[in-house]
Design a protein around this ligand. Structure first.
Ligand SMILES: [Zn+2]
Length: 238
């Protein structure tokens, strides 16, 4: 097996007593992978999360695991770690990527979208990126038509256990999550990149969409998304 150079973002790691660690990395070429990092934590070095880096890696034979030889964070992306508006959102993005995407499958477009996050577009990028994660993982709910009557969603709708249901068909006894008209319009704009570019999203709208998205991730995976609580606390939504 030969060594490969790849671009990737370390988003999670577990440290072992011999100062090695196993990291979860999202790479441009191979998507999500597990990386064994020998001597990751020494007096002189640590592991930098969230900053796109160049990685020198080798796939271990008969294993899902890669071994790291060296890595260097790319200086121009240091804001991914240092600007809380970005790093807090990346934490949520990677929690969702970790929950929904399989190992070892390439998602170059998604990787590029992540590289394009900056301080100004972080909240809009976050919504779009999660939408794309739903799309590429095959878990995107049909936001635009009612699951029951199949009519287009034109005004108020509801999210219920993975599906969208219109105002007429909804059974309110099942405590569905309402989706307002304004949120529906933003969801519709996600279908077309150029329309989404011109769409304005206020902070309260970002929060409502994320609550819906996170609820959907939790329904799909049957697991709580831990990062969302701290996300909302850190960005002062609650
Ligand atoms: Zn309906």
């Amino acid at each position: 097996m030969k060594r490969i150079s790849s671009n990737g973002i370390i988003y999670k790691y577990t440290v072992y007593s011999d100062s090695s660690c196993i990291a979860s990395v999202f790479t441009e070429e191979f998507g999500k992978l597990k990386l064994f990092m020998p001597k990751a934590f020494t007096k002189r070095s640590g592991v930098v999360k969230f900053v796109p880096s160049t990685l020198d890696i080798l796939r271990k034979e008969n294993s899902d695991l890669f071994k790291l030889y060296s890595y260097s964070p790319i200086a121009k992306y240091i804001s991914f770690l240092e600007v809380p508006d970005i790093s807090i959102r990346l934490n949520l993005i990677f929690d969702i990527i970790d929950s929904l995407l399989p190992l070892d499958e390439s998602y170059e477009y998604l990787y590029k979208l992540i590289l394009n996050i900056n301080k100004e577009n972080a909240h809009k990028a976050l919504v779009y990126i999660i939408y794309i994660v739903f799309k590429v993982s095959g878990t995107l709910p049909s936001f635009y038509t009612c699951k029951v009557c199949n009519n287009d969603i034109s005004s108020l709708s509801f999210y219920l256990e993975g599906d969208i249901v219109c105002d007429k068909c909804v059974d309110k006894n099942n405590s569905p999550v309402p989706i307002s008209d304004e949120i529906n319009n933003i969801l519709k704009s996600l279908k077309c990149n150029s329309v989404y570019k011109d769409t304005v999203i206020e902070k309260t709208q970002e929060d409502k969409i994320l609550q819906l998205f996170v609820k959907h991730v939790e329904v799909v995976t049957s697991k709580k998304l831990k990062s969302f609580k701290s996300f909302r606390e850190l960005l002062c939504y609650i």
